[in-house]
Design a protein around this ligand. Structure first.
Ligand code: KIV
Length: 262
């Protein structure tokens, strides 16, 4: 998948879309040769790669650094980068500057959270030729307003609000919307109501596609086990075992061998 049109045609053909997050060059090279459709340089990099508690610590320099690294390893996939915390509230000039830097680092599209203060900017960017992905539900940049990483849209009022926001984001020109941690019946309604694809994380099976954090699906954090996550690898154990095998081989004088020496 290389273009915004591919997202729309996947939706038209009822073909599911897969996205994974990616923050670095080496995993980008593996993803590029996989069947996964697109990559997201999520601001979750602040948590996954830099150890912060929330995504609020991702700033524009962090996003540029990771986007540049990923784009060197991605030749065949669509690249979406997150616009970090408060970027759209720093004035139009600074917003344009940030988007410019992210695109020059290699992004093909940006993702912006929420639909309260963002609609005008999204419309402006789309009209200027910038593909924008929306993000509703448990938008992590608003974690302190939500009082934690919690299910959203779980009563009628809140659900209706998200349904309306999704329509507004489509009208503003978004080519796709991430729906995070909302009930599956709600994401079903939203997906049916829209012409653009929805991408779910913790939003059930009715979305047009799914996104997962690479390190989560590889199971490298043994203590991160939300209900929505399926781990496709016990990465924590595999990596730890490999490190212990290396340590053992060196200490037992089994590595390097003659064949591995000059
Ligand atoms: O930052 C991120 O990784 C995200 C995805 C979880 C959708 O926004």
């Amino acid at each position: 998948m290389k273009t915004v049109e591919s997202f729309l045609s996947y939706k038209e053909d009822s073909k599911k879309i897969t996205i994974v997050t990616c923050y670095d060059f080496w995993s980008a090279q593996i993803i590029d040769n996989s069947n996964v459709d697109a990559v997201l340089i999520g601001d979750s990099t602040a948590m996954v790669m830099h150890g912060y508690e929330t995504t609020i610590n991702a700033d524009i320099d962090m996003m540029i650094l990771h986007t540049a690294a990923v784009s060197k390893g991605i030749k065949q996939k669509f690249i979406i980068s997150d616009l970090p915390f408060l970027s759209h509230l720093k004035g139009r000039n600074q917003l344009v500057e940030s988007v410019d830097k992210i695109f020059k680092a290699g992004a093909n599209a940006i993702k912006i959270e929420g639909a309260e203060n963002t609609l005008n900017d999204i419309e402006y960017l789309v009209k200027s030729g910038i593909p924008v992905m929306g993000h509703l539900g448990m938008t992590p940049q608003s974690v302190h307003q939500f009082g934690g990483f919690k299910l959203q849209g779980n009563n009628e009022n809140k659900a209706n609000h998200i349904i309306e926001d999704a329509k507004k984001l489509q009208d503003a020109g978004c080519f796709s919307i991430v729906l995070e941690m909302i009930p599956s019946e709600l994401s079903k309604i939203i997906t049916q109501n829209l012409n653009i694809p929805t991408i779910g994380i913790g939003a059930g099976k009715y979305t047009s596609g799914q996104v997962l954090v690479l390190q989560d699906l590889l199971g490298v954090n043994k203590d991160f086990n939300p209900k929505f996550l399926r781990k496709y690898l016990d990465g924590y154990k595999l990596i730890k075992d490999a490190l212990n095998d290396y340590d053992k081989d060196v200490k037992m004088k089994n590595f390097p061998s003659t064949e591995e020496s000059y």
